[in-house]
Design a protein around this ligand. Structure first.
Ligand code: GAP
Length: 439
């Protein structure tokens, strides 16, 4: 672990680019600031983060169902949610150098962090963070639509649809993973704050009198999710908001924070949103958004507990937490100690040489493993260098096919963390790996 290494940020950004986790978007055109493309390894890591979230939030529960709502939505949704009026950040301009900053993120509210000039900043203006576009061929106000700045409103707007079709009743949740868009004034810190990003959000609808209990429950459950996936305890904390930090509708909010190289920062917010959203949408749309218990005849508007996480931001935190360097034989070995469930490739199949007689059994081994796990295949360079390449991208196991394989139909399995090797018969290889890797 290198938590105190000041160069950790640069090392992870560098590795991400060099090994194909994350690329600057439109790089060949000079790069599109604040947008990133996930390369062959990044797409796997991100999918694994999202899959683990979905598994724990939907698959392993009987009280949460999924949703995939549209990204484009009409102004009415954002009028009701309060985003049109309130989803803004205070922006200041520097009269000296023209740079724009978020006032609430300035260390010194009088000086420009770009040019250092004191007294050069304008008064703050509220800048709405939503991206607006037009649906259809006419660029007119009647055709205005918004790209969602959060996935959450999709769950509120579909509350009645889900209630009527899923046979769920409070307490129950609706979960969604998807892209959100915010016209951030100051994107930065690599993929930490971008204008296009992915969220993993769940709205949990509960009887009003149970909301505090469920809020505490979800704070604990969400912390456990990160820890179970290998986040070190000393780099993760739950920070409860002070009363003056709370949104006007929230009676409690806690952030899951990670110790990034620049300090503690948010991965996820868990909020008690009360009945604010359902009431607002009910008033604005004229549709009843409440639960009617047929047995007792009771009617009420559920309160909502919302665990809202960023998938892209969380993937970056897992990368930072996993990055390690250690000295091996007077050399520095870089190793991503990712939990096996998150590692992009689970196994690398490595023929010792490119000689044709080793390629056939290597293809056989690859064919046996691929239906079960994401595998890499690499037949060039010295075996030691290939092991190091796999260590650097977090592959838990390397399987080497050598000339003995032709005699004994066995392969060498090397462990990423301990670097120990063992000989395993090809016929028992899938069972051997199944005892060590996630299904
Ligand atoms: N529905 C509530 C909501 O959206 P949020 O705290 O604004 O709450 C939830 O966002 C999570 O989404 C954040 O904790 C963060 O992980 C992620 N997120 C928000 N803005 C982001 C951005 N500009 N870039 C990357 N991730 C972002």
């Amino acid at each position: 672990m290198l938590p105190n290494d000041e160069t950790l940020f640069d090392k992870v950004v560098n590795l991400s680019k060099r090994r194909g986790f994350v690329f600057q978007s439109a790089e060949i055109y000079g790069g599109f600031r604040s947008a990133y493309d996930y390369g062959p390894l990044g797409v796997l890591l991100l999918r694994n983060v999202k899959e683990q979230w979905w598994r724990s939030m939907v698959q392993l529960r009987h009280d949460v169902v999924g949703l995939d709502a549209s990204i484009l939505s009409p102004p009415a949704v954002w009028q009701a949610s309060g985003h049109l009026a309130n989803f803004s950040d205070p922006m200041v301009d520097c009269r000296e150098c023209g740079a724009r900053h978020r006032q609430d993120k300035l260390d010194d509210p009088n000086a420009c962090p770009s040019c250092g000039k004191s007294g050069s900043l304008t008064e703050a203006r509220e800048f709405n963070l939503m991206f607006k576009t037009h649906a259809g061929p006419m660029v007119e106000s009647a055709a205005e639509v918004y790209l969602r700045p959060e996935t959450a409103q999709g769950m509120f707007v579909n509350f009645a649809n889900v209630l009527n079709t899923s046979r769920k009743k409070p307490p129950f949740g609706i979960a969604q993973i998807g892209k959100s868009f915010r016209n951030e004034i100051t994107p930065g810190n690599f993929v930490f704050r971008t204008r296009e990003f992915e969220q993993m959000e769940m709205e949990f609808f509960v009887p009003p009198e149970d909301s505090d209990e469920w809020y505490r429950y979800w704070c604990g459950a969400r912390m456990d999710w990160y820890l179970d996936l290998g986040m070190p305890e000393d780099r993760l904390r739950l920070r409860e908001h002070d009363a003056d930090e709370l949104s006007h509708y929230s009676t409690g909010t806690s952030d899951v924070e990670f110790a990034f190289p620049w300090g503690w920062d948010e991965l996820e917010g868990i909020a008690n949103r009360t009945d604010f959203d359902l009431k607002r949408h009910a008033e604005s749309s004229g549709t009843k958004l409440e639960y009617h218990d047929p047995a007792s005849g009771e009617r009420y508007v559920p309160h909502v507990i919302e665990p809202a996480a960023g998938a892209t931001r969380t993937a970056m935190a897992f990368l930072m937490a996993a990055y390690d360097e250690e000295e091996v034989n007077d050399d520095v070995r870089t190793v991503l100690r990712l939990d096996h469930r998150l590692a992009p490739y689970k196994v690398a199949v490595l023929p010792l040489s490119k000689k044709p007689e080793l390629i056939e059994p290597s293809n056989e081994v690859l064919g046996l493993l691929q239906p079960h796990w994401m595998c890499d295949y690499d037949q060039t360079q010295a075996i030691g260098r290939r092991y190091r390449r796999q260590d650097e991208i977090g592959t838990p196991y390397c399987v080497t096919i050598d000339f003995d394989t032709l005699e004994d139909r066995a392969v060498t399995v090397r462990d990423r963390d301990s670097m120990t090797q063992e000989r395993v018969p090809i016929d028992g290889l899938v069972d051997h790996m199944a005892g060590r890797l996630p299904a």
